[in-house]
Design a protein around this ligand. Structure first.
Ligand code: ADP
Ligand code: MG
Length: 482
């Protein structure tokens, strides 16, 4: 029982994504935003909400909001307003979170997402700036909880999508590609496990053909792409079963329970809080002028979807390769640089995605610590292409390049690995093998044509694997026919 395209139900999903921004200091205070420090060491009077302290807006966080807004085709509002959102919880010492409410900084954008059969434009309702809260730790054996305010005041962007997604896979694709944009813009580290990228998923179902939206449920606590998709799958089945039973769906917030693979009710609409939003009197309206927007626009990098398209068009790469090579900015740049040295885009794509990624994975290394320069990888492939070395030798040389960072030429020089392609030298080798193989030669002439492989093998062995196999084959064919 699920809502596939043949089902009587249609699924509707909208995501609210929170991205922690990579600023050095907090959004309204001077404390550092680095993670992993001793609890409550990154605080100050503003972060602690001490009386008399005043917030001062971090300009870089606004820069980042504009960057993302432009990347997602939003209109950048010339004036936006910070508002207080009130609730009482120990992770929020002021008793309110500073957020943006009815006047957010970015409106009406979109992200074109690649899905399994083409692309789909997902609307972005709004993007607003706000501060993160602290972190509570609830201890199972103690009658108290711990509060760490290091995270309190870290700048966040909340990206609210339109209810445009129609399946968990589409939601997963949107989330992954939104993360790529954030990473390309260098504004968020995108780490879902550590919570620097978080997602609340809103989902409802309706009968196919119905134009009104169904009652939505919001699912929280989704800290991986897999959980976003799984929680949605579970929730969709739960809602379909309820509707079939005649039980009405109630608008509520549910929590994803990872261990049990279910969603559990957290609070219903009747218990929804009244946040008593009002403009924060301590902060001026945020004014962004045309010049600021123009400067930011001109500094935007090429975005992942553009890189994907460029790889597909100018290098004629398979979608599979485009996907992998465009995923990370550092990989895309590496690929471009390697192709600039040696114009064999397909072989280079192949080497990067198999040999290089295989090795980086095995050593748990990131692209940033890759010891092989794009120039060295390109020269290795050039040496194969111009038949200086065989494909097999190239793999061994690659391993050496990875361990030492040396150039392929230096390794070939040092280890005397150059392929033998001189026909005279090879002919002598072939002749000597044939003269030592009278019995095998007889067998071949008697019709055992499989012996051909034996002769090739012997020549390769005698040359320590350095003989150019293609020339050896040609020589043998000629000689055996004679
Ligand atoms: P709320 O007032 O509860 O915050 P919003 O209208 O602001 O709700 O929407 C929050 C998110 O929920 C948005 O991402 C939106 O696309 C999504 N959403 C709204 N209505 C529905 C619905 N009926 N089904 C699925 N998602 C929805
Ligand atoms: Mg809302």
């Amino acid at each position: 029982m699920s809502a596939d395209s043949t089902s009587e139900f249609e699924v509707v999903i909208g995501l609210e994504v929170h991205a922690q921004l990579l600023t050095d200091s907090k959004i309204f205070a001077r404390s550092s935003t680095v993670s992993g420090k001793t609890a409550n060491t990154l605080t100050d009077p503003v972060t602690l909400g001490l009386p008399g302290s005043l917030p001062v807006l971090n300009k870089r966080s606004v820069d980042f909001a504009i960057r993302l807004g432009l990347a997602l085709q939003c209109s950048i509002e010339r004036t936006s307003i910070f508002a207080r959102k009130h609730y009482l919880y120990p992770d929020l010492p002021k008793g309110y979170q500073i957020s943006q409410y009815d006047k957010p900084i970015c409106l009406n954008g979109s992200l074109v997402v690649r899905i399994k059969d083409g692309t789909k434009k997902i609307g972005i309702t709004r993007i607003h700036l706000e501060e993160d809260a602290g972190k509570n730790t609830h201890l199972s054996d103690e009658p108290y909880s711990l509060v760490d305010l290091n995270r309190a005041g870290v700048p966040l962007l909340e990206i609210v999508s339109e209810p445009d997604m129609r399946s968990p896979e589409e939601a997963g694709a949107y989330m992954r590609q939104l993360r790529q944009v954030l990473l390309y813009l260098d504004i968020c580290d995108g780490n879902m496990e550590e919570g620097s990228l978080r997602c609340d998923a809103n989902v409802s179902i309706r009968r196919r053909g119905e134009t009104k939206l169904g009652t939505k449920v919001e699912v929280k606590n989704l800290n991986s792409f897999r959980f976003v998709e799984r929680a949605l799958e579970y929730e969709i089945e739960r809602q379909i079963a309820a509707v079939r039973e005649g039980t009405p769906i109630v608008q509520e917030t549910r929590l994803w329970d990872e261990a049990a693979c279910t969603t559990l009710p957290m609070r219903s609409k009747e218990h929804a809080e009244d946040y008593r939003y009002f403009p924060d009197p301590d902060l001026l309206p945020l004014v962004v002028d045309d010049d600021w927007i123009a400067r930011t626009k001109s500094s935007l990098p090429e975005l992942p979807a553009q890189v994907y398209e460029r790889f597909r068009k100018s290098y004629e790469l398979d979608p599979y390769y485009c996907e992998i090579l465009a995923e990370e900015k550092a990989v895309a740049r590496y690929y471009d640089e390697a192709v600039a040295f040696h114009n064999n885009p397909i072989a280079i794509a192949n080497w990067i995605t198999t040999e290089l990624f295989g090795r980086l994975n095995k050593e748990s290394m990131a692209m940033s610590s890759n010891p092989i320069s794009p120039e060295n990888l390109a020269s290795l492939i050039l040496l194969v292409d111009n038949k200086t070395i065989s494909g097999k030798m190239a793999k061994a040389i690659f391993d050496e390049m990875f361990s030492t960072g040396s150039s392929p030429r230096d390794i070939i020089e040092a280890q005397g690995l150059k392929q033998i392609s001189d026909p005279a030298e090879l002919e002598a080798l072939v002749d000597s093998i044939l003269s030592q193989s009278a019995a095998q030669l007889q067998a071949y002439r008697d019709g055992k044509t499989k012996m051909f492989g034996y002769f090739v093998g012997q020549v390769m062995k005698a040359s320590d694997g350095k003989a150019n196999p293609q020339i050896v084959n040609e020589l043998l064919e000629r000689k055996l026919k004679a």
